[in-house]
Design a protein around this ligand. Structure first.
Ligand code: 26Y
Length: 801
């Protein structure tokens, strides 16, 4: 069976097969005849990891020899998903693995799908960090990603009678083959206690200490030329077991220190605003920041002996404010522990640090009460007070203090401690200057810069969409995988009917695969020629899944009025998790599920309109949905979505966007051309103005009969006959304060959806618009984003060409 593939692949396949068998025997300890699917997956993963490790150690050696500047990406979230397929694709071993496994009687697809999806993040911010790790390696920028090795990542979502139920995610229940445990590099992290002055120096005596243990997962770039580690910290007790208590018969007490310490790396904090666990969250933040900075300084001091060189050799990126305590911690390490004069220490720290802001929503901006903060980190509180006083002193026009509203404002602290602060889309960056950071921007006009987000084309096109990737490579060559701007070269082919047919056929093939999977796993039969219309993202009022479902209700009612009309068949796909304490978002989930049940069972309308909410949305599910979608829903209230990155993945894979002028939608529309984008709704400025209009929702409802009627169906129990009042809360919210302007944007959205349906009727024109989206999405590669950070923020250079 080795004859069908090119010679190089055959050699790779032979070697890979031997390595798989070797690892199955000597690493897993299983005979082939006894091996289960998971054993084979593990053996293949180890064989692949060996190859990544070679590249990684060579990369580390090259960076050391070059004395290169290092980038350290600090993030509480890395939403990496599955790693096996990505690694195979980047190493050019996908075909070889297919052949090797076939020889062993296995299907690569099944082996790859057996891997648990590592969900060490909530959403966009965490997935961005994962795309960045892959791009850093592809570009050859020496870097380490630092985070927490959560025992339980984001919860697993199930629906019970349409309601979200959260279950713990058990991704570490099986062995995780990608990581190297580092028992040798354990560090101590302190909390609480008090501060002493000894001979003019300040010493912090923590009351409590835990140990941080490192686990390294190497991340390999395209073509395997470079790899960087993702270093995740796990918490454990300094003295894991209290023998004294044990010998006195207190077995429970003996195990207590370990249990308490381990709590720190137990779970990913959900992005909501409950008060419980606040102290634990702060502990998590300091825990991973302290361990990472100690590690960074240790690496620096191994190679250099002058702390003044630090900003030249070390760039530390703060992924939002979650690692903001890095500012005062670095000052503490330099001033208290190494004797650098205080303002010089601040200056050096600022030379290293930069900060990315991902949100302007007031409820998502982090702040800590001085009481809690000072209790856990007394020395850091003093340092922050001094930083604030000196910043104030230098800027008497008072741009805003770190201490406001009785709390420590982590955004202000991050801004003050960073030499660059970046927004994640052009619009978001401008809004940062006008809103939360207005005062600070005036005194530091060069500090805020824009780096529009991007996505890695290896995972989000090459590996998730083979049909389209192969067509692109046949048409313009394979250079696009490393240099996505080459997608422009598709442009001359867009007038060629044969090319457009092939483009449409690739999408159709993906839709057929998806339909079969839906039928198999969810028992929903759908027509692959229907328009696949997807909204997949965290459930949030500002993202407006309720606008989408309300318009779906209106469309259903319209079909009922005239079932003989020429309706364009659609499948509405939803996916996303709600924060466990976010009750309104959970009501939206239940509503979508109730609407789905009603519509899918409707004999009159279901051939035109079906709805499915796929449970447990995660990275691997996105990889299935995006290549099969025709329409991408990006309908946030303008000014609220900092960037979005799903929007880019859809455009790249040839889904047209229906969207507002928000976040990176603005730039997507500029790139793909306004004629290939379905724009609707108010602008950010109009949103602000409309909120001030009394009764804006009531006026909108009076102006739109379909809206009034759809709201009526929420009120009369159409979707909850057993409990007619179930959706009164949602209806009242939309008809009342309507902070997110669902009512005010409804009519424009409804009209835009009608345009979409009409446009989809002309399949050739639609396919050409979709192909143009692909051809003009090259700018949304995270390689471009990372080059921007390297040039404008980090001052780092690639070590491969
Ligand atoms: C617990 C709390 C402090 C918190 C935890 C997580 C607050 C926020 C978050 C996560 C935020 C997030 O994912 N933001 C998204 O970042 C993406 C990457 O920049 C953007 O594309 C997206 O618009 C933004 O919502």
């Amino acid at each position: 069976t080795l004859h069908a593939v090119p010679a190089g692949d055959a050699i790779d396949a032979t070697a890979l097969k031997a390595d798989v068998l070797k690892h199955l025997t000597f690493t897993i300890g299983r005979a082939p005849e006894d091996a289960a699917l998971g054993d084979w997956r593990m053996a293949l993963s180890f064989a692949v990891r060996d190859r990544i490790t070679e590249s990684w150690l060579a990369s580390e050696r090259a960076a050391r020899e070059a004395g290169a500047k290092r980038v350290y990406y600090l993030s509480l979230e890395f939403l990496i998903g599955r790693l096996l397929e990505d690694a195979l694709v980047n190493l050019g071993l996908a075909e070889a693995a297919e052949v090797a496994l076939r020889d062993l009687g296995l299907a690569l697809g099944e082996v790859v799908a057996d891997e648990p999806d590592a969900a060490l993040g909530n959403g966009g911010l965490g997935r961005l960090a994962a795309c960045f790790m892959e791009s850093l390696a592809t570009i050859g920028c020496p870097a380490i990603g630092y985070g927490i090795r959560y025992e339980h990542g984001l919860f697993r979502q199930q629906f019970e009678h349409g309601r979200q139920v959260e279950l713990p995610e058990l991704w570490l229940e099986q062995q995780h083959p990608w990581e190297f445990e580092r028992p040798g590099s354990r560090l101590r992290v302190g909390f609480g206690g008090h501060v002493h002055q000894v001979e003019g120096r300040t010493i912090w005596h923590p009351a409590e200490e835990v140990e941080a243990e490192a686990f390294d997962t190497p991340i390999v770039g395209w073509e395997g030329q470079w790899a960087n580690p993702l270093r995740l910290w796990s918490a454990r007790a300094v003295y894991p077991f209290d023998l004294n208590r044990f010998n006195h018969g207190d077995f429970r007490g003996a195990a207590e220190p370990e249990a308490l310490a381990r709590t720190i790396s137990r779970v990913l904090y959900p992005d909501d605003t409950t008060d419980e666990g606040k102290a634990l969250r702060l502990k998590q933040e300091y825990f991973f920041v302290a361990a990472s900075l100690a590690d960074i300084l240790c690496r620096f001091e191994r190679d250099f002996d002058d702390l003044a060189l630090l900003p030249e050799k070390v760039a530390i990126q703060l992924n939002d404010t979650h690692p903001a305590v890095a500012g005062p911690e670095l000052v503490r390490l330099l001033h208290d522990e190494r004797g650098v004069e205080f303002s010089r220490a601040v200056e050096i720290a600022r030379g290293c640090l930069s900060y990315t802001n991902h949100t302007l929503l007031p409820e998502a901006l982090e702040s800590w009460s001085e009481g809690l903060f000072g209790h856990l980190l007394p020395r850091h509180l003093e340092i922050i007070e001094r930083i604030d006083a000196e910043h104030y002193g230098a800027h008497p026009d008072r741009p805003g203090s770190i201490f406001e509203h009785g709390e420590i404002q982590m955004g202000t602290l991050s801004f003050v401690m960073a030499h660059k602060v970046n927004g994640v889309s052009a619009l978001h960056t401008e809004l940062m200057k006008e809103t939360v950071f207005e005062g600070l921007h005036q005194v530091h006009p060069d500090r805020i810069v824009n780096q529009t987000n991007g996505v890695t084309p290896r995972r989000w096109l090459k590996s998730c969409n083979a049909a389209l990737s192969d067509l692109i490579t046949e048409t313009i060559g394979a250079g696009w995988v490393r240099d996505l701007s080459q997608l422009e070269r598709l442009e001359p082919h867009l007038g060629d009917g044969a090319f457009i047919n092939r483009y449409a056929a690739a999408k159709r093939a993906n839709k057929a695969v998806f339909s079969n999977w839906l039928a198999g796993d969810y028992g929903l039969k759908v027509d692959p020629d229907a328009m696949f219309d997807a909204q997949i993202k965290r459930i949030h009022e500002y993202k407006r899944q309720h606008l989408n479902i309300l318009q779906t209700i209106a469309a259903w009612q319209a079909i009922h009025d005239d079932p003989q009309a020429d309706w364009t068949p659609r499948l509405k796909i939803f996916g996303g998790k709600a924060a466990p304490g976010y009750h309104f978002a959970k009501d939206i989930i239940r509503l979508i599920n109730d609407v789905a049940a009603r519509l899918n069972a409707d004999p009159v309308t279901s051939k035109y309109l079906q709805v499915i909410f796929l449970p447990n949305y995660n990275v691997s599910l996105a990889e299935r949905i995006i290549p099969a979608s025709d329409l991408s829903e990006q309908i946030s209230t303008a000014g609220k979505e900092a960037s979005g990155t799903g929007n880019m993945k859809f455009a790249l894979n040839g889904a047209l966007t229906i969207g507002t002028l928000d976040g990176a939608n603005v730039e997507i529309r500029e790139q793909v051309g306004p004629e290939n984008f379905f724009l609707f709704g108010m602008t950010a400025a109009e949103v602000t103005a409309r909120r001030a209009v009394p009764d804006h929702a009531r006026r909108a409802i009076e102006g739109s009969a379909p809206l009034a009627r759809a709201l009526g169906a929420l009120r009369d129990g159409t979707f909850s006959p057993d409990e007619p009042g179930r959706y009164h809360g949602i209806a009242d919210n939309i008809a009342g304060g309507d902070h997110f302007l669902v009512a005010s944007d409804f009519a424009a959205y409804h009209a835009a959806q009608t345009d979409v349906s009409r446009a989809y009727g002309d399949r050739e024109t639609w396919a050409r618009m979709a192909a143009r989206n692909t051809a003009r999405s090259g700018w949304f590669s995270s390689d471009r984003t990372i080059r921007g950070y390297m040039g404008e923020i980090w001052g780092a250079a690639p070590l491969i060409d």
